[in-house]
Design a protein around this ligand. Structure first.
Ligand code: ZN
Length: 320
């Protein structure tokens, strides 16, 4: 009974000004990330200092995403919003303009030189008539490839931008954010070396993979793998029959064996390619979204381990 008043006396003696200020542990930053991969990166760096919401969650296609009213409300109240940029989340830019968001906007690809690609570079032929996709206007011959997170070395730019945004908004957390970002960058550098060692197990001529859409261009440039896809860098346009037919002929001509679905795109075209080539789909690569917590790719690091573990035996043509 004596302990209670003894403990309360110094607390009550505190000046009102100090009492009105929340303790640092309670002043968690409200962070909204456009999609699950950026949310995981923010979680690794912000840890317990932030509350986090991913707008496009696990297994959700962030291309052409349709935000809900609750997403706009979360955005309006956020301290920090994290986006990829390079045209990946046009819907987010529209939301930011209309939501009254007044926090800090972090663009993780800021400072990177984007990979450019011809709208149809993966097919290398000029088609007209019924094969032309309405999605690509004449002016959009060159497209910025937004999928820079598929190169672990470019991810360092992502970490730097996220850490800088958190520090600028919450200077009191600087030591923690820096420590977490440095440890995270070190883990990603180790993972990058592992990816290179794994890819080296595949003869160079066999380093070819077919996936649903052009999500792995940066991966291909970084690790020396050629990716082919019936769909372009966005999932918003459907591939034409002529494009799919040409890809099927190329798979046969080059004896490609690595055929993959993606976790967040429609598998119909890939299943058709599998049927017509007699190939087996080798599983599901995580391209633009992580898996749920119980799945094989709940973090950015787990996504790389999962993807590469599937890619290597499939490229070699190992029986599974
Ligand atoms: Zn994509």
């Amino acid at each position: 009974m004596m302990a209670v008043p003894m403990q309360r006396r110094p607390f009550l003696a505190l000046p009102a000004l100090l009492l009105a200020r929340p303790a640092p542990a309670q002043a968690r930053l409200s962070v909204v990330a456009s999609f699950s991969i950026l949310a995981d990166m923010a979680r690794q760096i912000g840890g317990e200092h932030i509350t986090l919401r991913a707008i496009a969650g696990p297994d959700v296609d962030a291309h052409g995403f349709q935000p809900r009213p609750s997403d706009a409300a979360a955005l309006a109240g956020a301290d920090v919003v994290i986006r990829n940029g390079l045209g990946f989340e046009g819907w987010l830019d529209r939301m930011i303009r209309s939501s009254g968001f007044r926090g800090r906007l972090v663009t993780t690809t800021e400072g990177l030189t984007p990979r450019m690609m011809q709208a149809h570079a993966h097919h290398g032929h000029d088609h007209g008539g019924s094969g032309r996709r309405q999605h690509h206007s004449v002016a959009a011959r060159q497209t910025q490839d937004p999928h820079a997170w598929q190169d672990l070395r470019l991810a360092e730019n992502y970490l730097r931008q996220i850490a800088a945004g958190l520090i600028a908004t919450d200077p009191g957390g600087e030591a923690l954010y820096r420590r977490n970002a440095e440890a995270y960058a070190a883990r990603l550098a180790t993972l990058d070396q592992w990816v290179r060692a794994e890819i080296a197990k595949v003869p160079p001529a066999r380093r070819k993979i077919v996936t649903s859409h052009d999500a792995f261009g940066y991966f291909g440039d970084a690790y020396g793998v050629r990716f082919l896809a019936p769909q372009g860098v966005s999932t918003e346009a459907e591939p034409s029959a002529a494009e799919v037919g040409r890809l099927i002929r190329q798979i046969k001509a080059e004896s490609i064996t690595a055929l993959f679905m993606e976790n967040m795109t429609n598998p119909a075209t890939l299943q058709r390619i599998a049927q017509e080539t007699g190939l087996r789909v080798r599983g599901r690569l995580y391209a633009d979204a992580l898996s749920a917590e119980a799945g094989p790719a709940p973090t950015y690091e787990a996504m790389f381990r999962h993807n590469v573990s599937l890619m290597v035996p499939a490229m070699r043509g190992d029986a599974a």
